[in-house]
Design a protein around this ligand. Structure first.
Ligand SMILES: *Cc1c(COP(=O)(O)O)cnc(C)c1O
Length: 466
């Protein structure tokens, strides 16, 4: 080693800094080595050693190999924590965007395990042995369930909207209400997606009021218009002095003017959620009201994996399918298997195997009974909690400001204790995400999946007892 390496520029003695292989051989690292591999771990060791050198130059004492290894173990832990894993959602938000929206449940997990672990008959017709249509079962099921003539599944609803506008309206005006030029989050803004699709945005009306006459005037002024676009206002609520035409009125105007009525429905409710008190419209109601093409997400109120659907008139869906973008935006094999299993549950009428629907449909009395059970279980473990009424939410850009009455248990935790317990819960196995409020931690049981009650009770007990 040259003088330059052993002594810092200011003369600090760097000779005591442990070597990479000494740190790697530390007894505290085999687990990290197994899970990350030697190459990744070596990179973390070098990073920790660089930092140690810097610290020694600044006057810090020279660390031992074990000191550096402890630091490396912490970095390894951080790296491993970034990996997506199963968590318990006790937030009461059914479609939690940061938790992957709709949970898939045991039935879909089984389908994934059996179809996706090996080869999958995704584009082969097993009757003839010839090439088959990818997504055929999912698309036929969507037609059956929505009453649409044809369907196409793609990567997500953002892709569906982009493809629909690009294939059906590129280069031509599309009329949209100013009250519907929305942002969904994660970068989806209607005007920007529309610009990218090549369709030309024609704004009509005002933020709060758009009348049918506004659309009529816009169509008068744009004789080459391709379509009217209707966008679902799901993630925000307008109240007070507001107005927009019914979908049926827009459909009548579109027919009269020989333009298309396209709809970005956001969530794709397959069953009517109105009896449960939610305003989310169903795909079927949009088709019945006269939308020519409807786009929606498959991982919102539909309760499936990430995906998007384009359903409607056969000639228009065919044009979307033929567009070169369709190949770029197609749905992956694993989500397709998961979507088909989800839609099969709808066809069979087995709604409670779809966790999103089970959570939305559970009567408050059943949710309360579950909370009481959890509270009893915690008491047996020596943890004091109380059963409380809570306001959950549908989430996922649906039913904004519509409360989802729920129930759960509350732990009193004053001072910094709530944050400390919440942190321990997040590092539990599986991690638990509760709602943390001033002075209490709330566990909403509506969003628990089957079999999660006991692991939750255990995680709470451990977090409380430190
Ligand atoms: C959620 C949503 C989207 C985006 O759907 P993704 O599946 O997240 O791509 C687009 N439009 C509306 C109205 C939405 O609610």
């Amino acid at each position: 080693m040259g003088e330059e390496e052993t002594r810092g520029k200011d003369g600090a003695d760097l000779r005591g800094i442990p070597r990479v292989d000494r740190v790697l051989a530390s007894p505290s690292l085999p687990e990290a080595k197994r899970r990350l591999g030697v190459a990744s771990l070596t990179r973390l060791v070098r990073r920790a050693l660089d930092e140690a050198r810097e610290a020694v130059r600044g006057g810090a004492p020279c660390p031992t190999a074990e000191d550096v290894a402890a630091r490396v173990a912490a970095y390894a832990e951080q790296t491993l924590r970034t990996r997506a894993r199963r968590v318990i959602n006790a937030t009461g938000v059914v479609l939690h965007t940061n938790l992957g929206r709709a949970p898939l449940g045991a039935r879909v997990a089984e389908a994934l395990a059996s179809s996706a672990a090996g080869y999958t008959s995704i584009e082969i017709d097993l009757a003839t042995g010839k090439r088959g249509r990818r997504g055929a079962f999912a698309e036929d099921a969507l037609c059956e369930l929505s009453g649409a003539e044809a369907a196409l599944v793609v990567n997500n609803n953002a892709a569906a909207v982009l493809l629909m506008l690009g294939a059906l309206a590129a280069g031509r005006p599309v009329v949209v209400s100013r009250g519907e030029l929305v942002e969904i989050g994660g970068g989806f803004r209607v005007p920007e997606v529309m610009a990218r699709s090549g369709a030309r945005l024609v704004e009509v009306g005002t933020t709060n009021k758009t009348r049918i006459a506004d659309y009529t005037r816009a169509l008068d002024a744009a004789p080459d218009a391709a379509a009217i676009l209707r966008v679902h206002q799901g993630n925000f609520r307008q109240v007070g002095f507001v107005e927009r035409p019914s979908l049926a009125a827009l459909a009548a105007l579109a027919r009269e003017r020989k333009v298309l009525l396209l709809e970005d429905l956001g969530g794709g409710a397959i069953v009517d959620l109105a009896p449960l008190g939610f305003s989310e419209p169903s795909v079927k109601s949009s088709i019945e009201a006269g939308s020519d093409v409807v786009c929606f997400s498959t991982d919102k109120v539909l309760g499936g994996p990430q995906g998007g659907a384009i359903v409607g008139r056969a000639d228009l869906v065919a044009a979307c399918r033929k567009d070169p973008l369709a190949r770029a935006l197609r749905l992956g094999r694993l989500p397709l298997v998961a979507l088909e299993a989800t839609l099969a549950a709808y066809l069979e009428g087995d709604l409670d195997v779809i966790p999103t629907l089970a959570a939305l449909r559970a009567p408050l009395s059943a949710v309360r009974a579950r909370a009481e059970h959890l509270q009893g279980e915690l008491e047996r473990r020596g943890v004091t909690s109380s059963v409380v009424e809570l306001d959950g939410a549908v989430g996922g850009g649906a039913c904004a400001e519509e409360p989802l009455p729920s129930c759960g248990v509350a732990l009193e935790a004053t001072g910094g204790l709530a944050a400390a317990i919440a942190e321990r819960l997040r590092s539990a196995d599986p991690p638990v995400l509760p709602r943390v409020q001033e002075g209490r931690i709330l566990f909403d049981v509506r969003t628990l999946l089957d079999g999660e009650d006991m692991p939750l009770a255990l995680a709470i007990e451990r977090a409380v007892k430190g």
